[in-house]
Design a protein around this ligand. Structure first.
Ligand code: SF4
Ligand code: SF4
Length: 446
């Protein structure tokens, strides 16, 4: 089945609660704890431990906790729910201890055994983790949904009834989802069996910021790529962070099946969200033994990284320009981009566009970490973690914020008032709208 023939996934699914994966605690990571030599590097990198004295940090959450389990099969400590899943400890460890895998597995075990399925915490976390199931409802009636979620009474009720931080503004739904736009334009405008990518747009670019997804389409078609948009589910990132491994596995089954089929058709996988690419590349192989998980992981790329490797992107950007409305950016590299070694690429690339400046606002965490900063009990910690980034953004005195992570962009906007854009939008402005007419998609299409 071609991607144009595949059914769209908008609005068709009901929110269907299922039991948490019963085998969640079966993964035995205790041997991984032996590689820890207690250097505490991971603890110094943990943004939660830095501002919350009660959080014991990744060394305890990972190797120490698994050692305790080996000695006396102890229960998982409740502090694992305070880990934001930023994964900074994971890449910081010089000894290759599988910290993130340990945290995700322990969190699932904790939720399965210690969190009441009738509790407010469980249902709040279940809703936050399953944004993909709820978003189609909002996207079906975007104006009504935006009006209702924008009311201060809704925010107040969200906090009182569910424990969702009342200080946060709910993200707005787009009046046309990316997949609706894609279908209306008739799918791919470029056919090219030699340069084919399958786009993993994720939930947020589909329901809330389709301008990011359409920018990706314009940029990739500019380079002559045939784009497939396979059926897909949530990447699973918010589910890992909330200990909902059964939900994540169900989503992974859909994603791995569809993306493996696209790879079979000659495509590489690209994602515009750094947490989505992180999930497909690292968390799936760590947590799920599905057929083709490794194939999907090995063929998945960040959308900007892919062009840097496969095209002469820097040369192509040389001499281009963007409109002067936004050409001065305060750039934040998301933790999950940092974890993939991608934290330097945006500032370097944008330097080739005439008149554009991207100020790197440093290596601190934004503090929101997906659903973490949306929880009432984490809001203050989340804002305390983000303070360094907010200060640096203010000092940059730029015209807009820039990042590749949807929830980091929410936190950046919330903490500074900056309008936030995505690197792909800047590339589209330079290469397609601002570039020479020779570079128009039609001229490059085969
Ligand atoms: S994932 Fe982030 S919050 Fe969790 S322990 Fe590691 S560094 Fe700390
Ligand atoms: S960084 Fe790695 S080796 Fe060092 S304490 Fe943390 S888990 Fe152990």
């Amino acid at each position: 089945m071609s991607d144009a023939d595949r059914p769209t996934d908008d609005g068709g699914d009901e929110f269907e609660p299922i039991e948490v994966f019963p085998e969640a605690g079966e993964t035995d990571l205790r041997p991984g704890a032996d590689d820890c030599y207690k250097c505490s590097t991971c603890d110094t990198e943990c943004p939660v431990a830095e501002v919350d004295d009660e959080f014991p940090g990744p060394k305890f959450q990972g190797p120490e906790q698994w050692r305790l389990k080996r000695q006396d099969d102890r229960d998982v400590d409740e502090s694992v729910m305070k880990c934001s899943n930023c994964m900074r400890c994971d890449s910081a460890c010089p000894s290759g201890v599988p910290l993130s895998q340990m945290h995700n597995t322990a969190r699932a075990e904790y939720v399965e055994e210690n969190v009441s399925k009738l509790s407010r915490e469980y249902w709040r976390n279940r809703m936050l983790a399953n944004y993909r199931r709820l978003a189609p409802l909002g996207a079906a009636f975007p104006r009504t949904a935006n009006f209702v979620t924008g009311l201060s009474a809704t925010q107040w009720l969200g906090e009182k009834l569910l424990g969702i931080a009342g200080e946060r503004d709910f993200p707005e739904f787009a009046t046309e989802t990316f997949r609706e736009w894609w279908t209306a334009r008739g799918g791919a405008h470029v056919e090219n069996p030699d340069k084919r990518i399958a786009y993993f747009h994720g939930c947020y670019s589909n329901y809330n910021t389709p301008e990011v997804a359409t920018a990706l389409v314009r940029v990739y078609e500019h380079f002559g790529y045939e784009i497939m948009v396979p059926e897909q589910d949530c990447s699973g990132t918010p589910m890992f962070a909330n200990g909902m491994l059964a939900d994540a596995r169900r989503a992974a089954e859909t994603n791995v099946r569809e993306l493996a089929a696209a790879i079979e058709d000659g495509a590489d996988i690209v994602a515009s969200c750094s947490s989505c690419s992180m999930s497909l590349r690292q968390e799936y192989p760590e947590l799920f033994d599905l057929e083709d998980t490794e194939t999907v992981a090995a063929n998945t790329w960040d959308a900007v990284e892919y062009l840097r490797v496969h095209e002469d992107l820097e040369a192509e950007l040389e001499g281009t320009a963007v409109g002067d409305e936004f050409d001065d950016f305060a750039y934040h590299a998301p933790c999950h981009a940092r974890n993939q070694g991608l934290d330097g690429q945006t500032v370097e690339l944008l330097d080739h566009i005439d008149g554009v400046e991207a100020h790197d606002v440093g290596d601190s965490c934004s503090g929101i970490s997906g659903t973490y900063g949306w929880k009432e009990e984490n809001y203050e910690t989340s804002m305390a973690i983000g303070e360094e980034m907010f200060d640096h953004m203010d000092e940059a005195d730029a015209e807009a914020g820039l990042t590749e992570c949807p929830t980091c962009s929410m936190q950046m906007e919330h903490g500074t008032g900056y309008e936030i854009t995505h690197t792909l939008e800047v590339l589209a402005a330079a290469l397609v709208e601002g570039g020479s007419s020779e570079n128009a998609p039609e001229a490059r299409a085969e």
